[in-house]
Design a protein around this ligand. Sequence first.
Ligand code: CUA
Length: 322
Amino acid sequence: MVTGWPNMSNPADDTFFFILGISVALLAMNTGIMLYFVYRYNRKRHPQAEEVKENVSLEVLWTVIPTILVLAIFFVGWKGFQYMRTAPPDAMIIKVTARQWSWTFDYANGKENNVLKVPVKKPVKLLITSADVLHSLYIPAYRIKEDAVPGRQTHLWFLPDQLGSYDLFCTEYCGVGHSAMITKVEVMTQQDFDAWYSGTQETAEEAAETKPSLHAAAKKAGAPVPETGARLFQVKGCVACHTTDGTPKIGPSFKGVFGKQETVIRNGQERQITVDEAFIKQTLLHPETDRVKGFPPIMPSQQGQLTDKEIDEIIAYIKSLK
Ligand code: CUA
């Protein structure tokens, strides 16, 4: 699927082109008058300067016309704003959580994803919040943008009128992983969406993540399995800073890290530790305690973000990355 711009008439575009039209007309008019004056009042033609006394009709004109223009711009903008703030009552509601540094989309049936999948031609209402700092959700293709504020819910809506895949990203600087806070809106046919939504058919990417598992037995017994950890690694945003192929990114890579000797810094003192379950758990919940040498102290605490079971699943995943 391609990333593109749907051809929709959008109130934001209408307002933009309305203001642009007025600006171009005024620019042309001002430039024209200026050139005419340069010619008309040239020193050769007009050697003696004259004082211009008041001209009531001119003053009325240059007060009334700009007032009308400004009110017209306000009116067009206000109509567009009303449209953008008022979701149709039948809109599908999806909850959005922004966090350092990923997006999570929660659907009414409990489905959770980090790509915003929606059916085509159905209005979608987003209820947005943040788990940590200020972020801002931006979908340029639909001309919408709204802050994600911790402890507060904001909203937006849009009508995905064409199939395709469109960028969705964070547009408010939120820390070192800000530029990684990018995902897609995937507009699917109603049929594909229903199949995905009801879970009868997995998309290719998910099928790859949760392949028929060797750990089915463990899963049944409720033990942590790396597959769930792998999903959390994506959904909870670890992927923004950590790789699984051995390349250090903003933080250390997860590959082969379990059981490794690392130099950590606590209160300015260096010491050696072995990366084990306890260390990973401590780093998830209290990342400030021991920082791995050579990396910036920016790991956000996952306290309240991850359950104990999820922490075990992430540990199982890290262990599996030999
Ligand atoms: Cu989140 Cu920038």
